[in-house]
Write a protein that binds this ligand. Structure first.
Ligand code: HEC
Ligand code: HEC
Ligand code: HEC
Ligand code: HEC
Ligand code: HEC
Ligand code: HEC
Ligand code: HEC
Ligand code: HEC
Ligand code: HEC
Length: 467
């Protein structure tokens, strides 16, 4: 039909009167098309022939693994689907209409059958296919997953309707595989809003994409999606949250907006030069080997283990390229989908900014695995407040009494260092560099205008004096 409409436009495009005629012609053509399709009579002879056998209930084929493949295709649903303009042969060119019913082709399993058909969509939907090829789901399939979705897991090719139609949220294809997350989402602020008001509130694909789905914690894709709808989020938080941008960077949105969630600190391996998370996409996997070696007793990495691990990652002349970047996040995927209305969001500074704050008692180290999903290893909570890890965790600890105490200790050490006493295996210079960098960052942050950094400023003077 589209083609006909385009044809009408090209023939009559030069004059307004002709344009009108053109659209009239297009309308007539498309209406006859519609009528024919609606009756099912206009399906090609070949298609009708296929359906004469396949539009029967209870048509099945037993597969080698014992599964039963339904062979029934509803003519009615097909004619009403977005694919009513394509013919069976477009996608089933390998089927010999006359003979295949007697051939008894052997098919190992439903999954095998789907995999054998997976390339069919590529010709007509190149763009979606390319996006999908780059997704976590496609990576999982390449790695042999039997559960990750192909196009046909999310779209039945014989019944597919327009994506513009608003269906009940439970019909989203994501729900059948991510059931627990769907249940949480359905009860959270967006799920409820979606049911009440329709499309303005997000469904899975609005935050994660439908085709180019990436691991949720990788990069800033999901956060960018939040901000694409909540455009003034940063402004609205600035009223009460100093250094809003720093907080948005260091805390995932659900960590404050899922009020009942448990939280943790995630130390991500980060490429400080290329500015992205380190991943194991290329080369020999190192993460599991190195973390297990560094944590023989499986008690969680301590600060020295973390330091030597970083050194390993910076071998081969990488020179400090790999750093750690802390982020406060919720502990489980389900909790990321329990967002509440704003009045329940976390506003109390003390939940994070006091000595021994709960969210800082659970710490993990992650690298992005080959498909982008994080590989994890436990880290001892003491690492965040340990002097030895100032360099590696770049001061990712809450301000408040913890930080001030730590800075006090550092100052003492710097003075001691000046007397020439080496501390552990770290040189004073190194320690000092950590402090300098940290304070520099603080100076910058303070220069950006926000609140409570006055005590830091005093200490900075102290440091400079001892240089
Ligand atoms: C005479 C009835 C008949 C007609 C006509 C027919 N089919 Fe079939 N079809 C069958 C039967 C029976 C099977 C199961 C064959 C088996 O056990 O391997 C089947 C299997 C299939 C399968 C399952 C997978 C496979 O590769 O075997 C597909 C797909 C299929 N048909 C598509 C079509 C298409 C497309 C047409 C029209 C071009 C068509 N059929 C015409 C009877 C028919
Ligand atoms: C847009 C592409 C497309 C069109 C058009 C199409 N099919 Fe299919 N068909 C597929 C794909 C892909 C599969 C495999 C589905 C899966 O992975 O389970 C399939 C599977 C089948 C099967 C096996 C049973 C099943 O549902 O998996 C039959 C039978 C079949 N098609 C018949 C037909 C007939 C008859 C027509 C025309 C009326 C038709 N198909 C039109 C793509 C198409
Ligand atoms: C022969 C070409 C052809 C093939 C092959 C094909 N499609 Fe389509 N598809 C179309 C056309 C034409 C439409 C109608 C709407 C349009 O122009 O996008 C459509 C529409 C769709 C839509 C609905 C789009 C919307 O606007 O909401 C989906 C989803 C879809 N196809 C999925 C698939 C999948 C999955 C496969 C592979 C199993 C596939 N298609 C294979 C031609 C094709
Ligand atoms: C994980 C589920 C999932 C997979 C896999 C998937 N899709 Fe989709 N697709 C969706 C959802 C959800 C929508 C509607 C929402 C949207 O477009 O954001 C959609 C929309 C579409 C549309 C209509 C888009 C539009 O904007 O009009 C087409 C065409 C399509 N998909 C084709 C494909 C093809 C081809 C593949 C395989 C390469 C594929 N899809 C794989 C979930 C999926
Ligand atoms: C309002 C945006 C939003 C919506 C809607 C949404 N998600 Fe998420 N999703 C997130 C956020 C945020 C995370 C956590 C990302 C992070 O770690 O920073 C996440 C994480 C995930 C994860 C990874 C979980 C894990 O174990 O780490 C999956 C899988 C997921 N979502 C699937 C879904 C599905 C399926 C739906 C629909 C039922 C959905 N999401 C709806 C925002 C959303
Ligand atoms: C056919 C089953 C299936 C469907 C349908 C499906 N997924 Fe997945 N998805 C998986 C599997 C399996 C994994 C890997 C295991 C895991 O991480 O949960 C995965 C992983 C993911 C991840 C990465 C998890 C992480 O740790 O970051 C995200 C995000 C995701 N899916 C989102 C979606 C969205 C959004 C949809 C719908 C548009 C969807 N999925 C539909 C099976 C599916
Ligand atoms: C430190 C905790 C915290 C973080 C991090 C945070 N928020 Fe908030 N947010 C709040 C609190 C508390 C409120 C309620 C403020 C009020 O009522 O004055 C709020 C309000 C909101 C509102 C409602 C604004 C309005 O006034 O209508 C939106 C939308 C929102 N946040 C989105 C986000 C997004 C998106 C992110 C991540 C980029 C995020 N928030 C990160 C604590 C946080
Ligand atoms: C597709 C657009 C869209 C996306 C994407 C989106 N939201 Fe929303 N969000 C809405 C709508 C619509 C509402 C309900 C109306 C309102 O209160 O603004 C809402 C409500 C909220 C509320 C409750 C506000 C209140 O007034 O109580 C919070 C908090 C929130 N969203 C946070 C987020 C976070 C965090 C993300 C990303 C993980 C996100 N949103 C992604 C559209 C979106
Ligand atoms: C959910 C936990 C959380 C809450 C709630 C929170 N913060 Fe933060 N805050 C952090 C984290 C994490 C950082 C980043 C620390 C780092 O990078 O060392 C931070 C950084 C800061 C900084 C900047 C320090 C620097 O190094 O630049 C200031 C100032 C600050 N917070 C003040 C506040 C105030 C005031 C409130 C209450 C209105 C508040 N925060 C609420 C976790 C939180």
């Amino acid at each position: 039909m589209k083609r006909f409409r385009a044809l009408g436009k090209t023939i009559f495009s030069s004059h307004p009167m002709n344009l009108l005629l053109g659209s009239l012609l297009a309308m007539v053509i498309s209406m006859t098309g519609l009528a024919a399709h609606a009756a099912g009579g206009e399906l090609s002879k070949e298609d009708q022939a296929c359906l004469s056998c396949h539009d029967k209930a209870d048509q099945v084929k037993k597969l080698e693994n014992g599964e039963v493949l339904s062979l029934s295709i509803s003519t009615k649903a097909y004619v009403e689907s977005m694919h009513n303009g394509t013919s069976c042969e477009d996608c089933h060119s390998n089927i010999e209409a006359k003979t295949h019913s007697k051939e008894k082709k052997s098919i190992a399993s439903k999954r095998d059958f789907s995999l054998s058909m997976r390339e069919t969509c590529r010709d007509c939907h190149k763009k979606k296919f390319t996006q999908y090829d780059d997704s976590v789901h496609a990576a999982l399939i390449k790695a042999g997953s039997k559960k990750a979705p192909l196009c046909s897991d999310c779209h039945n090719p014989h019944t597919v309707l327009s994506a513009k139609i608003i269906s009940p949220i439970a019909d989203t294809p994501c729900a059948k595989c991510h059931e627990d997350i769907f249940k949480a989402y359905a009860k959270d602020v967006h799920g409820l809003e979606r049911v009440a008001k329709g499309k303005s509130a997000p469904l899975c694909a609005n935050c994660h994409q439908a085709h180019d789905v990436k691991a949720a914690s990788l990069g800033s894709g999901v956060k960018d999606a939040c901000i694409s709808c909540h455009k003034n989020a940063s402004e609205l938080h600035k009223d009460w949250l100093p250094n809003t941008d720093r907080h948005f960077e260091a805390i995932s949105c659900p960590a404050c907006h899922a009020p009942d969630a448990q939280r943790r600190v995630n130390l991500r391996l980060y490429d400080g030069v290329e500015k992205h998370q380190v991943s194991e996409k290329t080369g020999v996997p190192q993460f599991d080997r190195l973390t297990v070696a560094a944590d023989a007793k499986n008690m969680g990495l301590d600060e020295m283990a973390l330091l030597s691990l970083l050194k390993e990652f910076n071998r081969d002349g990488a020179g400090g390229k790999t750093v750690l970047r802390g982020r406060l996040e919720v502990r489980s995927g389900v909790e990321a989908h329990q967002l509440s209305e704003k009045s329940k969001a976390l506003k109390d500074c003390n939940v994070c900014h006091q000595a021994g704050a709960t969210p800082f008692q659970s710490v993990t180290l992650t690298i992005a695995g080959p498909d982008g999903r994080p590989l994890r290893h436990g880290v001892q909570a003491g690492v965040l407040t340990s002097i030895a890890s100032v360099d590696s965790v770049r001061g990712f600890y809450a301000i408040g009494s913890t930080r001030i105490k730590l800075l006090d200790i550092l100052l003492v050490l710097v003075v001691v260092g000046a007397l020439g006493v080496p501390i552990g295996h770290m040189t004073v210079k190194r320690l000092f560099k950590g402090v300098r960098e940290k304070l520099e960052a603080e100076r910058l942050a303070a220069a950006q205008g926000a609140g409570k950094t006055a005590p830091m400023a005093q200490r900075r003077h102290g440091d400079e004096a001892s240089k």
